[in-house]
Design a protein around this ligand. Sequence first.
Ligand code: AMP
Length: 412
Amino acid sequence: MISAIRGTHDILPGEVERWQGLERVTRELCACYGFRELRTPIIEREELFAKGTGQTTDIVQKEMYTFEDKGGERVTLRPEATPSMVRAFFEHALEQRLPAAKVFSLGPMFRYERPQKGRYRQFHQLDVEVFGEPGASLDAEMIEMASSLVSSLGIESSDIVINSVGCESCRSQFNQALLDALGNKLDQLCPDCQRRAKTNPLRIYDCKVLSDQPIIDELPHSVDHLCADCNNHFCEVRTYLDAYELDYRVSHRLVRGLDYYTRTTFEVLGEQLGAQNALLGGGRYDGLVRQLGGPSREGIGFAAGLERLVLAMPEEVEGRGVDVFIVALGENTKKQAHVLARDLRQQGLVTLIDYNVRSLRAQMKRADRTSARAAIILGDDELSRGEVTIKFMETGEQTTVARTDILQQLSQ
Ligand code: AMP
């Protein structure tokens, strides 16, 4: 057998019901906050991510599934949703058409990463984005929404982490402060960090190399290098979070692996998830829309990893069980048994049937294996009287009723 590609996974029956539950809760929550769904293609021009996600990010440098299509165009399987959401939102002038510039999307993303628990090459994200709103109260609302998402999925223990990475003007001063603090210790950092120091020093904070950490721990913090406006903004975000009575902590390491963030960044971490513990992450990106050729609009959003949410969700969500297994006795009743199956399905019952003619015993065994609540037995006699025999599988109790009374009998 040909097996699935490394880093991809099938979502199996039994598991898929948890996904459906997650998607239902997610859609309801997004609607309550005024978000409308926007579905974009999973394939886009490479340029969109090179410009949007950022040339200096690990995603663009190492992880994209990019290839030339048969027409010679460089295309990429989306590694994240934000650039596509920005593109689609402004390409279709949704600003004029929606009551609020709030959109969300659910779907697969692709990154060529080293697979491990909670980290895949094809994974799924909920992505929420808001455009054209500079106010700090929105930053706090997004963090509150992220926290509500996690708790409405029944995930009880999580940790909200925030930071501010400043704006274009204070960022360059902070980058310089980083380089100054590094001085000649730069030579001791990994080759990736040496490259980051040249292209985007802030990205040094993305480094996971163990031996680099003591040096990185000593580096300055972006919150200590904010300009007055960014500092006020961050303070205001915090006062709103306090009004929501949300528990959170500030972490100077939270610079997020994407280039476009400005000011507020945040993550919600799950407990008991191991190394890949970020359930979701996001932040403000006031320059991105413009950078992608759109109008001058602020942006803020977050992306939640659905695989990680499913892993963190409590166990109890289960699929719908089988209500009825229809047992047909003899060739003559078979057609009527199928018609009955259709009728019961139209009335909303999960109904299974045997497609072969087998003995009563063999069919009852199958009924038992499906854990059906009841077996409905249809023989020639029952057929001629317009009746069926219902056997409740758990108690073994058996009763004969008119075909028209099945639903009533089963709902008792
Ligand atoms: P990012 O788009 O990198 O900001 O990630 C946002 C969220 O998506 C993370 O907090 C994870 O929950 C999830 N995520 C990111 N990369 C992966 C991956 N390779 N596999 C599974 N989930 C991921």
